[in-house]
Design a protein around this ligand. Structure first.
Ligand code: ADP
Length: 449
C-alpha cells in the first residue's frame, strides 16, 4: 500500500493548489469562496482526467497481444503495468518449460522400442507413437479420436479388449495379415488404456526354429536307436548263424556311426554358437588346410572321382583353423557323396577384384533344383533324405558351413543346375585374406584321379 500515501498526497496538493488559485482569482471578482470551490473541483477533475489517461494506456496495452513492452509510465500505473508484465513473462516461461517437457516426453515415447498407444474411456485413440501406428497400420493423425476396434479388427484383439482381463498380452497378426504382434493392454486413470505393441515376428520365428530343431534332433537320434535296439533284441532272442551275425553287426555299426556323426555335428554347431568370434590376426595357410582336405576327399572317394585342386599361391586366411577346415571338408565331402562315380570335383581358390577371395567347390553331380537352394543351409534340410542318410549325411553339414562363413565375415553362395552339377562358394572379406608371393615354380594346381 506504499503507493496510496503519495498518490493521495499529490491529489490533495493539486486540489489545494487549484483551490488557492480559484481563491486568488475569485477575490479579484469579489467571489473568493466560489473561486476556491471551483478551483478545487477543476483541479480534482484535472487529476482524474490525467489519471484516467494513464490508466487507459495501460488498459489498451493489456487488451493488445501483449508482445511489446508495457507503456512507459511512472507512479501507480507504471508500477501496475510492470508487475502485470512480469507476471505474464513468468507465466510464459513456465508454459514454455512445460511445453518443452511435454515435447521431450513425447520424443522419449517416440524413441521407445515398443509401440505406444493411448485410448480414452470410449476406446478412442487419444495418441499413438509412430511405431504403434506402423505396427497396427494406423495413421497417427487421421485416425485420432477413432474407435480402435473400428480400425484394428482382429477378432482376438476385440475379444481381449472386451474381456477386460489384461494380465497377459494378446498375439495378433500385423496389418494385411503380415507378421505377428504382441499387444499388452494396461488400464490407467479414469477408464483409459495404455497399449504397448511389439513386433514379435522374428522372436516367434526363432522359437519355432528351436522347436523344430529339438523335434528333428529327437527324430534323428531315435531312428538309429530304434534300429539298434531291434538288432540287439534279434541277436539276443534268435540263434543266428555266423553269416547272419556278421550282417547284423555291420548294420549295427552303420547305425552307431550315424549317431556318432550326428552328435559330432551337433557339438560342432553348439561350439560355433557358443564360442567367441574367430581371431582376425591368426593366419591359417591354405596349403595346410589343403593337405587334410585332399587326403580326406581322396579317402572318401576311394578313387571313384577325378579331382582338381587349385589352392592359389601362398594364400592365408585369418580365422579359426578347425572351423575353416570343417567348412571346406563338409563341402568337399558333400561333393564326393552326391557325385556319382567317374564324376569331376574341383576345389579352386581365387581373388576377386574387390580384394575378397572365394573358395569354390564344384562338382559334376546331379545338381539341385532351384526351389531347394534358398533352404539348403537350414538345419536338417535335405533334398533327398534317403540319399543323404545312405551316404552318412546328417543334414547339418551346410548349416555348419554357412555358420563358419558368417563368423569369418563371409558368406556361402550356392549355384546349381539339375543334371549339370553344383558350385558351393565360401567368400571371405579382404580383411581376412592375405597372399604372399611364393617361388614361381611352386605347384599351384594339382590334378589327381
Ligand atoms: P547332408 O548331411 O544331408 O549332406 P548338408 O547340410 O550337407 O546335409 O546338405 C543338405 C542337402 O543339400 C543334402 O541333403 C543334399 O540334398 C544337398 N546337397 C548338398 N551338397 C550337394 C551336392 N554337392 N550336390 C547335390 N546335392 C547336395
Amino acid at each position: 500500500m506504499f503507493w496510496i500515501a503519495p498518490r493521495t498526497l499529490l491529489s490533495a496538493l493539486i486540489t489545494a493548489l487549484g483551490a488557492a488559485v480559484g481563491h486568488w482569482l475569485g477575490r479579484g471578482w469579489g467571489q473568493a469562496l466560489l473561486g476556491t470551490g471551483l478551483g478545487a473541483v477543476l483541479a480534482a477533475l484535472l487529476v482524474t482526467l490525467l489519471d484516467s489517461g494513464r490508466g487507459g494506456r495501460v488498459l489498451r496495452w493489456l487488451s493488445g497481444p501483449l508482445d511489446g513492452p508495457p507503456p512507459h509510465l511512472v507512479g501507480f500505473w507504471g508500477e501496475a503495468a510492470t508487475r502485470v508484465e512480469r507476471a505474464l513473462r513468468q507465466r510464459d516461461r513456465a508454459a514454455l518449460a512445460e511445453r518443452e517437457q511435454h515435447t521431450q516426453f513425447l520424443a522419449a515415447i517416440e524413441a521407445s522400442p515398443n509401440g505406444v498407444l493411448l485410448l480414452d474411456a470410449a476406446e478412442q485413440i487419444a495418441w499413438c507413437n509412430g511405431l504403434a501406428a506402423q505396427h497396427l497400420g494406423l495413421d497417427p493423425v487421421r485416425d485420432l479420436r477413432q474407435r480402435i476396434t473400428n480400425l484394428v479388427r482382429s477378432p482376438d484383439f476385440v475379444a481381449h479388449l472386451q474381456a477386460r482381463r489384461f494380465d497377459q498380452p494378446v498375439k495378433i497378426k500385423g496389418p494385411l495379415g503380415r507378421g505377428l504382434l504382441s499387444v499388452m493392454v494396461q488400464p490407467y486413470g479414469d477408464g483409459h488404456y495404455l497399449l504397448l505393441t511389439q513386433d514379435i515376428t522374428e522372436r516367434e520365428r526363432i522359437e519355432a526354429t528351436k522347436r523344430d530343431f529339438v523335434a528333428n534332433v529327437s527324430h534323428e537320434i531315435r531312428t538309429p536307436l530304434t534300429v539298434l535296439a531291434g538288432f540287439i533284441e534279434t541277436m539276443a532272442s534268435l540263434p543266428l548263424n555266423e553269416q547272419e551275425r556278421q550282417r547284423v553287426l555291420v548294420l549295427m555299426g552303420q547305425q552307431s556311426r550315424r549317431m556318432q556323426s550326428l552328435v559330432a555335428d551337433l557339438l560342432t554347431l553348439a561350439s560355433l554358437e557358443g564360442s567367441a568370434p574367430p581371431a582376425k590376426d591368426q593366419w591359417v595357410p591354405l596349403s595346410r588346410l589343403a593337405q587334410t582336405v585332399e587326403a580326406d576327399a581322396k579317402g572318401l572317394s576311394g578313387g571313384k572321382h577325378e579331382f582338381v585342386f587349385g589352392w592359389g599361391r601362398g594364400a592365408s586366411l585369418a580365422g579359426n583353423e578347425t572351423e575353416l577346415l570343417s567348412a571346406i571338408t563338409n563341402l568337399v565331402s558333400n561333393a564326393v557323396r552326391y557325385t556319382p562315380a567317374r564324376g569331376k570335383i574341383a576345389v579352386e581358390w581365387s581373388r576377386r577384384d574387390d580384394g575378397s577371395a572365394e573358395l569354390v567347390v564344384r562338382d559334376s553331380g546331379p545338381g539341385i533344383a532351384p526351389e531347394h537352394l534358398p533352404r539348403l543351409a537350414e538345419r536338417f534340410y535335405r533334398v533327398d533324405g534317403s540319399r543323404s542318410r545312405d551316404t552318412g549325411g546328417t543334414g547339418l553339414g551346410l548349416a555348419i558351413v554357412k555358420h563358419v562363413a558368417q563368423r569369418h565375415g563371409g558368406e556361402l553362395l550356392i549355384s546349381s543346375e539339375v543334371g549339370r552339377g553344383s558350385a558351393f562358394s565360401l567368400v571371405f572379406p579382404p580383411s581376412r585374406v592375405r597372399e604372399q608371393a611364393e617361388p614361381a615354380d611352386a605347384p599351384a594346381l594339382s590334378t589327381q584321379g
